[in-house]
Design a protein around this ligand. Sequence first.
Ligand code: G6Q
Length: 550
Amino acid sequence: MFGLNKEINKSRAWKRLEKHAKKMRNVEMRDMFAKDPNRAKKYTLTLGNMTLDFSKNRIDEKTMPYLLGLAKEAKVMKKIEQMFKGEKINVTENRAVLHIALRNQKNTPIYVDGKNVMPEITKVLVKIRDFSEAVRLGKFRGHTGKKLTNIVNIGIGGSDLGPKMAVEALRKYWGKNIKCHFISNIDGTACAEVLNKLDPETTLFIVCSKTFTTIETLTNAKTCRKWLVDALGEPAVAKHFVAVSTNAEEVRKFGINTENMFEFWDFVGGRYSMWSAIGLIIAIAVGYDNFEKMLAGAYEMDKHFRKAEPDKNIPMILGLLSVWYNNFFGIRNHVVVPYDQYLTYLPAYLQQLVMESNGKFVDLDNKLVKYQTSPVVFGGAGTDVQHSFFQMMHQGTSFVPCDFIVPAISHNEIGEHHEILLANVLAQSEALMRGKTIKEAAEELKEAGKSKEEIALLKKYKSFKGNRPSNTIVFKKMDPYTLGMLVAMYEHKTFVEGAIWNIDSFDQMGVELGKQMALKILPELQGNKENAAHDCSTKALINLIRKLRK
Ligand code: G6Q
């Protein structure tokens, strides 16, 4: 019902883009800039305080109309409407996809199976508000009467990456004395290193798990529970443990009173859940008002995504550009570089958002796809990454499209730091676009007084092909509202890609196989069971590790 019933790569729109891309391979961005002083204006979009400059892309006046033709062919606008109306577009799990309902500030009804989901959402938001305020004001205290100032989020994947990224992004807004911690990895070190720093009397654990069956989260939660009970006794659990889940039964079984449980719903995917009670740690850290501002920022982006014309639609343009390089230039990567230390975890968050959503090889018509889907996403905070993988960005044999994320004002305006940072990001995008010809490199060497021999030796090494695309996203300051806009922008960009590739961006079957097999291997490693039918490499590794652990 949501499939396209045709292979998008056989459409006229796709073929036209293939032809066009062949031509565009030989077009230099620096020439297009030289010819058209209006290019930046033509390819800049603004929404509120956020501006996207996508002029440094390998596009001409035909490219965007052609890409928009592809979006039409893939029925992207129709699919957007289906999401907003609560239709079950997550077909493999037969679920609606309603993270947008979590920030539906107007509270307009959204129906799933004939039931308006908004009252439930509002109820949980009120619970988040009341609880986060009670913790911050010291009305909800620990078992021994002390204020809870160390907040530990226990969760993994979607129940960790979003809240962790957002809490760090908004560090400047943390309440006085509040400290946030995250335990995700099953590696005992993750637990030990957090618990070592904490005092049980002032620690609140939030166990976040949609299913409440995830082995990492439950194992970490059990260890933390024991740590608390050993120090303060069993009755302390009620004052130091809360849960966020869709599974009340398992929460109860674990030993957390369901009064201390915050609910969410199967129409919210894990990696889209930081707007739900999974974001409880965000609300406690920065206060509910700021949490709400984050929702409001996302809502502004939602309205824009739903209503703006496709050619003026920021997530649409970003999604189409990604498809452009991915499918018509054969580029397999995408880099995201925030020039804001507080956005350090954004690339990791986006890695899951994009790769878990769109790393799929079966389409919505139950056919194997015959084109490339998700790019590999990576990145890190600027300027750090300029001193690592940027070498490849500038002089590698292929190019990697890049998003630069730029706050005009820093939360820490110290001396010239931020101006130097800003100069760097602008220099990177310009350098990637312009490059430096061999002739220019030779001239530069000559001016530097190098000999003929030296120039001949060095000029190629010192040249840059350029023509390497990037988007620049500028806003005033990294505040809660802007964070909401930014994250929603990427969610919707991911939606556009998935819609064009005709895949289900909202399931994650791909993470299951390894989980199943780990459960089989565990008793074998523990020596309780003979090796089952493994390949000889896995068998030998199990035996080696067993021997080493003796
Ligand atoms: C996200 C994925 C996945 C999930 C984790 C944790 O979209 O579904 O990353 O969030 O596997 O799952 P639980 O929240 O159920 O523990």
